[in-house]
Write a protein that binds this ligand. Sequence first.
Ligand code: GLN
Length: 536
Amino acid sequence: MSNSTKYVFVTGGVTSSLGKGIISASLAKLLQARGYSATIQKLDPYINIDPGTLNPYEHGECFVTDDGAETDLDLGHYERFLNVPTSQANNVTTGRIYQAVIEKERRGEFLGKTVQVIPHITDEIKDRIQAVSKEGKFDIVITEIGGTVGDIESLPYVESVRQMLWEFENDCIVIHLTLVPYLAAAGELKTKPTQHSVKQMMELGVQPDILCCRTEHELDLTLRRKIAKFCNVSMNAVIESRDAESIYDVPLLMQAEELDKVVLEKLGLPTKSTPDLSNWTSFLSKLKNPVHEITIGLIGKYVELKDSYKSISESIIHAGVTNETKVNVKWIHSEKLSKSNISNELSELDGILVAPGFGSRGISGKIEAVQYARENNIPFFGICLGMQCAVIEFARNVLGLEEAHTTEINESTKHPVISMMEEQKTIADLGGTMRLGAYKCQLKPKTKVSNAYNTDIISERHRHRFEFNNSYLNDFEEAGMMATGKNPETGLVEIVEIPNHPWFVGTQFHPEYKSTVDRPHPLFVAFIQAALHNKK
Ligand code: GLN
């Protein structure tokens, strides 16, 4: 291998939703805590170029990296666990692989050869795996293969893993996640699906080194022995992965199973020191022993699928821990909110968060929620579309601009208080064409946001097409809604605030993408603190 990086592949069998992302993130955390630099990559077998154009109902939230990549939500877990930023290289889809290969073919780079899945697609996959750790940047790369082994679309990925195992046999291992179901009628855990899943891997030429067995009950020695024997793995490589109370328990559960030790042994790396997880355990103990309790309303239009707001709900958990507060989240469907029920739905809340979103569905409920929070002095946090709704509500109900709207929803509104950036107007493609990724923002001193951040220049991630229309800025500021954060280069308004309210903040950017266990996001921390003060 060109550098000293080692590779851990994580595959899944039997069923989806076994928690490959959390296991990968937990393993990376343990390796990091032992002093190794580790990163995680997710390979997604679907044909979309990225999840940016996917409806959140399909795969949950779209996570955005500093470099503006729209990625799988598992990257959010990686960042929250590791506190290390990821990038475009950390998430690759089949669509992107094929796009790259086809572009090379058009440029004549295959010199007249027939372009085929093997070797051209698999070569591209292997290149992408190795590209994550350019110049040996990481000691260990954990590559998670999305989907379930046996699916047609994951075949080229498993084949690429097979080739890498053969080419770099001392530098690669495979962890296979399976399910050990409990049959209530028989009162037994069943290992057969695991045996079959491993057999399927072996038919593809890959022998897993470690098995992570998701189970609801203890995997006793007899079961471990049986799995080891029938699946060709050593006893200590049969890892129990029990259902956990919180995803943040999983690194400790994996440590108890010595997953990290087995991985290092198999990679031929020294175990170094015992992992230093003191920050993590103190986070967990605060999470489990809260002093206070509050309820926040999360107003969105995808609330049936909570994964659609994964980063927001995790940020709330982090900020709750900082405030030693258990934060209950009441998920409120914006489409179901109207003048007639708003007080019923929101009056018991200690804080109100209006979520990001696209399109007109549910927007009037979001605007109603903003008005309720503003008029009743309830701490309010509006994110992206939530901030835009706050601007629209203020324009309509305070400035008296009755028809004020965003041009996303009413193109010919008389008062386009939120409108499209000039550069965006000529773009026809929907994928990857928004204002994406990290931008600087200058904070106004002595404001709620500058207090929260305790600095005056910040960098936050964006994902939107529409912006505050600066021709209305004076009117807003005279009436009491201030632009307290602006892009220093373009003057675009990134944050609005109402100083004359206990806590009313709207951000055009998405703070939720940067909250981690080690660094809970200052705006979420301040919002939860304000909600705690407001506690009913
Ligand atoms: N739909 C809005 C825009 O494109 C907000 C996007 C969002 O909330 N992420 O500007």
